[in-house]
Design a protein. Structure first.
Length: 389
């Protein structure tokens, strides 16, 4: 048996009524359960003459955890066993000065929020009065716990509701935008084909090195850019379901690296294991990889480093990433990173990352951005095993 660190002395100037009033005021506006537990321990320490005080609070899974002690330490207390008949006496069994032990549940509104464990030295002619006051303090604390937890749940629910409403509004807006994009793309594609046909008819009528021929070539290049934009609009506006099959991840990565236009950079490829295969739509994932690699090449100075890697993570998901040694992405840009038609690149359409995210979602996966190990941006695709839901 060990002695307590210090005795808990009642405040002779504070009557039981004043103690209750002061404590009720203290917890009236408390929103932190840990703060309420500390205020309860302080109030009990001042008012009920116990030599040892322990306040336990409940965890999310319903277990009891020690939150506050007065007059003793955690090392002085035995673990609480709710199934034992002598739980409370056993809890303070090593505190030599605690001859009388009493336990008070912190319960309110049908919920158990913790336990107040008290130890008194004998004899104490006012023990019953002390227990009554401690019971009142415990009840007031339980009401505070109940209100704090309910307030927290309400705030969480309101926050989640606001986020869902914002996502619904965003989804509805994107759907309308997609419908409009599909109509525009269809209306633009036919005139583009006509203009391209006229340019092809005119080409043979000009000398190879003439200014007119160079102008035609420039015009055709601009038409190709516009055609790419139209194709991106259609892909974004009318996403298709993935046609999954067992595919070599290494082969996809190597093909994307060969097409990304990053010849001026050092490209590192790390696929583990080298024969890694996954159930995915190879065309869609190849498009995603190409977009990410092109972005990395455009953001990275010449002779910079780009790394492409793939592995199976601890959850059994495919983790495929593209990272670079470029300047990275500012905090202001991150918020709208995957939004359509938002771009910081001159001449960019703002559809590349939006399409990449839609490809990830179509596979039941995620696409995330974070700071990479090379100092620049890192985009990580995670795909679940098997076919998408």
């Amino acid at each position: 048996m060990v002695g307590c660190e210090r005795g808990v002395v009642s405040d002779p100037t504070e009557t039981p009524v004043l103690a209750m009033v002061h404590f009720a005021r203290a917890v009236a506006d408390a929103e932190d359960p840990g703060q309420i537990a500390a205020q309860l321990a302080d109030a009990v320490e001042r008012s009920v003459g116990a030599v040892a005080v322990a306040v336990y609070t409940t965890t999310d899974d319903g277990a009891l955890q020690l939150s506050q002690t007065r007059g003793c330490t955690a090392a002085d207390l035995e673990p609480i066993d709710l199934m034992a008949s002598d739980t409370w006496t056993y809890g303070m069994g090593r505190i030599e000065a605690a001859c009388t032990v009493h336990a008070l549940p912190l319960a309110s509104g049908g919920g158990l929020y913790g336990l107040l464990l008290l130890g008194w030295a004998e004899p104490d002619e006012h023990l019953s009065d002390h227990i009554d006051l401690a019971s009142g303090l415990a009840d007031a604390a339980a009401v505070g716990f109940d209100r704090a937890y309910r307030t927290r749940q309400l705030v969480t629910s309101l926050t989640e509701l606001a986020e869902r409403n914002a996502e619904l509004a965003r989804t509805a807006g994107l759907r309308r935008m997609g419908q409009m994009a599909a109509v525009l793309a269809h209306e633009i594609r036919n005139p583009l084909a006509g203009v391209r046909g006229v340019l092809e008819v005119l080409r043979p009528h000009f000398e190879v090195d003439s200014g007119e021929r160079r102008a035609l070539t420039l015009a055709q290049g601009r038409l190709d850019e516009l055609g790419t934009l139209v194709s991106d609009l259609l892909v974004y506006a009318r996403p298709r379901e993935p046609s999954t099959r067992c595919s070599s991840v290494g082969a996809l990565v190597e093909a994307a690296v060969a097409l990304d236009g990053a010849q001026a950079h050092e490209v590192r490829v790390r696929v583990e294991p080298v024969d890694l295969t996954w159930s995915l739509d190879p065309e869609m994932v190849a498009r995603l990889l190409t977009n990410l690699l092109r972005n990395a090449a455009q953001a990275t100075p010449e002779s910079g480093i780009i790394e492409v890697g793939a592995e199976v993570d601890e959850r059994g998901w495919l983790r495929l990433w593209v990272t670079d040694s470029g300047p990275g992405i500012s905090e202001e840009q991150v918020a709208d990173l995957f939004e359509p038609f938002v771009t910081t690149k001159e001449g960019g359409t703002g559809l590349g990352l939006a399409i990449c995210r839609s490809i990830a979602l179509a596979h039941g996966g995620t696409l995330e951005h974070h700071c990479g190990t090379l100092g620049g941006a890192c985009f990580t695709l995670r795909l679940p095993p098997g076919a998408p839901p």
